[in-house]
Design a protein around this ligand. Structure first.
Ligand SMILES: [Zn+2]
Length: 80
């Protein structure tokens, strides 16, 4: 009998059958509540592109020259 552990994506909540990504939170307040984060394949890839954006070295995705639309990233607003 093989104990099949059902893993659910922590981001979208779908059951991960294969291509599971397990991210480990090694520091910060989130670690208390959620030391590990499971991501399904599609969430992991969006996480990856999100990381790439944060690096300031965003890959020219498919080179279609489209600006990242509807991302709503505003310039930092000075809060008075
Ligand atoms: Zn997911």
């Amino acid at each position: 009998m093989s104990a099949t552990l059902t893993v659910v994506c922590d981001k979208c909540g779908s059951t991960i059958v294969e291509g599971r990504t397990l991210a480990k939170i090694s520091a910060g307040p989130l670690r208390q509540r959620r030391p590990t984060v499971d991501l399904c394949e599609s969430c992991a890839s969006s996480f990856e592109s999100w990381l790439a954006e944060g690096n300031g070295q965003s890959d020219p995705v498919a080179g279609d020259g489209k600006p990242p639309a509807r991302r709503g990233r505003k310039p930092r607003e000075a809060r008075a």
